[in-house]
Write a protein that binds this ligand. Sequence first.
Ligand code: NI
Length: 154
Amino acid sequence: MEGSLLREFDALVEARGGTRSELLRDLVRAEVTRSRVTAGATAVASLTLVYDHHVRDLTERLTDFQHTLGDKVTSALHVHLDHHLCLEVIVMRGPSDELKRAGEKLLATRGVKHGGMELIAIEPAAPHVHAHGHDGEHAHAHAKVARPRRRAAR
Ligand code: NI
């Protein structure tokens, strides 16, 4: 690695308060997660949209499209930010390429001012045991979700 890149890397390490090895591990994990997403794996996505609900038919178009996605839309949260703007967070689950296309379509809808999507591949059926201590020990298995440390490119 050339010296200038290494100096910037060390500055990042210092800013995060960790070690070189920890940051390298996080970078590798993020890249592995990204490569899995492009392979068409099962994924979850959170899509954030900020839009002006006064734009003609926009709210209806966004809602209609979500209805066409059926049970790929897990949940949606709507916040009225001010007189004009709405914030919507849409959580989806399904094949990564379909979620990516759906997110791109929603983000490209005329009247959508800001937004972005976090797309995360989830691991294939490899349950881990998760113990709770609140009402006596019990354990259950559920899918493990990959946790990238870096924000996805917008
Ligand atoms: Ni609203």
